[in-house]
Design a protein around this ligand. Sequence first.
Ligand SMILES: Nc1nc2c(ncn2[C@@H]2O[C@H](COP(=O)(O)OP(=O)(O)O)[C@@H](O)[C@H]2O)c(=O)[nH]1
Ligand SMILES: [Mg+2]
Length: 219
Amino acid sequence: MSKIKVVENILHTNDEITSQNKRLLNEKGIYVINMMSSPGSGKTSLLERVILKLKDNVRIAVIEGDLYTTKDAERIEAQGVPVVQINTGGACHLDGRMIKGALDSLNLDNVDLLVIENVGNLVCPAAFELGEDIKITVLSTPEGNDKPLKYPRMFENSGAVILNKLDLLEFTNFNKVEFYQDISSLNAHAIIFETSCVREQDQGVEELCTWIRQQINNK
Ligand SMILES: Nc1nc2c(ncn2[C@@H]2O[C@H](COP(=O)(O)OP(=O)(O)O)[C@@H](O)[C@H]2O)c(=O)[nH]1
Ligand SMILES: [Mg+2]
């Protein structure tokens, strides 16, 4: 018999801790969004605007996932909501153990909506459940409309897809017809939002917030 030790299946371990996290979050009645995308598509920008529109009526907390730095957490803190930064130190996704550590440092009795901004990439985060109610994937127009078919898992598993940087559409060769066809072929149930987060006026964020409010109320 082989003497080689096999370490515990990483996904199996994650599932156990994630189940505990999910139980806790459900007990507290918290609606949880796992926000994913490649780096720079606008996750934090969208989150800043969503917080601005919702924070008077919804108690929001945020978990920020990045390899290094607290840059995103600082942006969220400036919006006046509780935020925890997880630095993965090089790992390409968040997992249940990291989320448990972050939950331990939040006061969950004062939270209606928890948004987890995952590490930016279109591959690894799709494979790890974090105890969320919904996964939302953001794609921005400069990234190209070919990405859903090239990185299908993230789009297949998402309850909502946000097409961001609509203001840049005219400067790109992004084909919206193909984008809608591809999302619907991968995931007929995904709701699609079109947004823009340019400084002065945002676009589509109000619709996104109305839908998030409904999701929270339906939990
Ligand atoms: N033109 C344009 N730029 C955007 C938009 N949303 C975000 N950005 C910019 O894109 C860059 C990356 O945004 P960020 O929110 O940090 O993306 P993240 O890495 O997904 O969190 C920043 O320079 C933002 O100002 C948008 O809708 N339109
Ligand atoms: Mg970010």
